[in-house]
Design a protein around this ligand. Structure first.
Ligand SMILES: [Fe+2]
Length: 234
């Protein structure tokens, strides 16, 4: 199956943030990505999180989200949004649900491949960012989701792909790594069913093999002027 993927558009009206991010360009970049996804007739499209950034008002946040979602919906391609820390800055999980963006954990299957969607936007005290306030350097996967992952892997009859915004790859910059990443990698390793883990959040991106499993971090779309997205044949 073919999967079209992009990460961290962080769309808003700001022209430039942090010297390298061009958030205003992201709407056009997402449009460009979906033109390509449609031309290649992909079976699934993925946003690895952080749809929008820096909104002064809630109305503005809703407007940016709607603009992105209308491009995505016009394509009529299946879409999974993996929530990121920025998404919980402006929206609660309930509001994201109202916009059709499902709250993890859940499983999505296609062509015998099981996608397991996780949400590590939880503080060390296991309160989700939308309730506790966002602390992007304190990302954790709560025990219920570790148990969900373990069961979803046990019950899988075919190969599995793990989707999560923050990093399970211990070779990226430390603040981007989920605090209990080692425990989660162990569950993934022991299942023997996972060949690929897809993540966002760490803007430069990365592509590392750990325990024979590919840990792919998709480079952030908001960085630079070029449109960063990819189509994977899984
Ligand atoms: Fe992020």
């Amino acid at each position: 199956m073919k999967v079209g993927i992009f990460a961290d558009p962080q769309y808003c009206s700001a022209e430039i943030i942090c010297g390298t991010r061009y958030p205003r360009l992201s709407l056009g970049k997402v449009r460009q990505a979906y033109e390509q996804f449609s031309a290649e007739n992909v079976d699934l499209t993925l946003c690895m999180g952080d749809m929008i950034d820096r909104c002064e008002t809630h109305t503005q946040a809703l407007q940016y989200l709607d603009e992105l979602l209308s491009v995505i919906r016009d394509s009529r391609l299946p879409f999974i949004h993996v929530p990121g820390n920025h998404d919980y800055l402006d929206f609660s999980a309930e509001e994201l649900e109202q916009h059709g963006l499902k709250t993890p954990p859940y499983v999505w299957e296609h062509s015998g491949i099981r996608f397991i969607v996780l949400d590590a936007n939880y503080r060390s005290d296991m309160r989700r960012f939308d309730q506790a306030g966002v602390e992007w350097t304190d990302s954790n996967l709560p025990p219920e989701q570790v148990a969900f992952l373990s069961l979803a892997l046990d019950e899988a009859e075919g190969p599995c792909v793990i989707l999560v915004h923050e990093s399970l790859d211990d070779r990226v910059e430390e603040h981007h790594i989920i605090k209990n990443a080692e425990e989660i990698r162990k569950v993934i390793r022991q299942s023997g069913k996972v060949k690929l883990v897809i993540q966002g959040h760490f803007h430069p991106g990365a592509d590392n093999e750990i325990d024979g499993i590919r840990y792919l971090t998709v480079s952030a779309m908001c960085e630079g002027h070029d449109s960063r997205f990819l189509i994977l044949n899984i």
